[in-house]
Write a protein that binds this ligand. Structure first.
Ligand SMILES: [Zn+2]
Length: 129
C-alpha cells in the first residue's frame, strides 16, 4: 500500500499486493456507488476520468478482465490478489470514459469525495436521498 503523510491525500493507489498501481491525474470530486448486478457484488467506489489520463502500471501483465452485458467495457482485476482496480472502454478510444475503483486508494481520499448513488440496476439515474 502506498501511504502519503502530507496534507493532500495521495493520488497514487494500488491493489492489495501492489502488482497493479494507479495514479490519478487530479483530485476526484465525486464518487459513484452503483447497484447494478456487477457493482453491487464488487462494492467499488467509482471515479471517472478520460481514458488515457490515469497512469496504470502492472496492467495488462498482472491483470485479468471480465466482460459482460453489452460488451462495451472490461472490468479489470489483479490476477494475484483479485482486487478490482478499474474498468476501461473496449476499443479504448482516448478520452472516452474510464472508471477507477477508489477503494484501492488511501481512506482519506475516499472520504474526500461526495458519494452519489447510481441506480444502474433499474432506472439508470442517480438516486441520491
Ligand atoms: Zn494485486
Amino acid at each position: 500500500m502506498i501511504e502519503d503523510r502530507s496534507d493532500q491525500p495521495s493520488l497514487q493507489g494500488s491493489c492489495h499486493c501492489g502488482a497493479v498501481r494507479l495514479t490519478l491525474p487530479s483530485m476526484p470530486e465525486t464518487g459513484t456507488k452503483c447497484n447494478c448486478s456487477l457493482c453491487r457484488r464488487l462494492g467499488g467506489l467509482w471515479v471517472y476520468y478520460p481514458f488515457g489520463t490515469v497512469r496504470i502500471e502492472g496492467h495488462p501483465e498482472n491483470t485479468v478482465d471480465y466482460v459482460w452485458g453489452d460488451r462495451c467495457l472490461r472490468t479489470v482485476r489483479c490476477k494475484i490478489c483479485g482486487c478490482v482496480t478499474h474498468w476501461e472502454p473496449i476499443g479504448g478510444e482516448p478520452g472516452t470514459r474510464h472508471g477507477v475503483n477508489l477503494s484501492n486508494f488511501e481512506p482519506r481520499l475516499q472520504e474526500s469525495v461526495k458519494v452519489r448513488r447510481f441506480d444502474g440496476a433499474d432506472t439508470w439515474t442517480f438516486i441520491d436521498p
